[in-house]
Design a binder for this molecule. Structure first.
Ligand code: SAH
Length: 251
């Protein structure tokens, strides 16, 4: 069996209980070495074969999986955060389907959740924004034209940008073409939940400068939107006058 597992954003104790259990039992682990905290590998049992996928091609990863499967071994494919976000798991799963090899997928805490926790922020404030847009700048991997940052930014919603910390000046310019202004609050979160985590609060107008001043150009998320600093309305759910399925409201 092959287990895809979300390792969480960095802190080793942010993997799920299920993920940790599967990791402890694994005979073979293929981990995304560029971002998964290697401290997680301390959980593996003695004799476990460990591969760093940062140095491997898709073909090489599959080769390891196929060989392990032929021997009846348990393989863990450890991805950073949650594998469903920029995890390149679909291409692995499709190949495994073609080969008729069994796999399952255990979710993890995505770094966009780790970053919000680091900032003690809530993306979905009533009266401010009820949507979170996750996107990225185009890099060597293109982004569909209809998802240009400038277009997504027209909503003025809470936004989280992955894989873009090396292009902060361009990102800033794109975001400013939307509904945000130079004064819209923004933040950089470097290595959320790792010991070396760094959070930098700024405005959209000072985003690129803040990155340069703090030496942040990779392994970081950019957060932008009024959720980072503004007035908001109280939630209806916990309003004394609001009746829900579980509680009678009182005037
Ligand atoms: N599947 C992962 C994302 C992988 S893409 C997830 O769910 O988080 C890799 C990008 O994620 C990095 O370039 C960076 O933008 C972001 N990232 C991953 N871990 C991070 C962390 N601990 N802190 C800040 N950003 C992180």
């Amino acid at each position: 069996m092959i287990h895809f597992i979300g390792a969480g954003p960095g802190a080793p104790d942010l993997i799920t209980l299920r993920g940790a259990e599967l990791l402890k039992q694994a005979d073979v682990v293929i981990y995304a070495g560029s971002l998964v905290n290697p401290a997680l590998l301390d959980m593996t049992k003695e004799g476990c074969s460990i591969y760093n996928s940062a140095k491997m091609t898709l073909e090489e990863v599959l080769e390891v999986m196929v060989t392990a499967e032929a021997k009846g071994l348990d393989t863990v494919r450890l991805h950073t955060g949650d594998p469903c976000i920029y995890g390149a798991i679909r291409e692995q799963m499709d190949q495994l389907d073609q080969l008729g090899l069994p796999y399952d997928d255990t979710p993890g805490v995505s770094s966009f959740c780790g970053a919000a926790a680091a900032l003690r922020a809530e993306y979905t404030l009533p009266g401010v924004s009820q949507s979170v847009i996750i996107s990225r700048m185009a890099g060597r991997t293109p982004v569909p034209e209809r998802e240009r940052i400038a277009d997504l930014a027209r909503h003025g919603a809470s936004m989280v940008l992955f894989l873009s910390a090396g292009m902060l000046a361009d990102l800033q310019a794109e975001l400013l073409k939307g509904a945000y202004t130079a004064d819209t609050p923004a933040a950089l979160v470097y290595k959320a939940t790792w010991p070396e985590q760094k959070t930098v609060r700024c405005t959209l107008g000072t985003l690129a400068q803040a990155g340069a001043d703090n030496g942040i150009s990779k392994t970081a998320l950019v957060l932008v939107g009024d959720f980072l600093d503004t007035d908001y309305e109280r939630s209806k759910l916990y309003d004394p006058a609001f009746t829900t399925e579980f509680r009678e409201g009182r005037p």
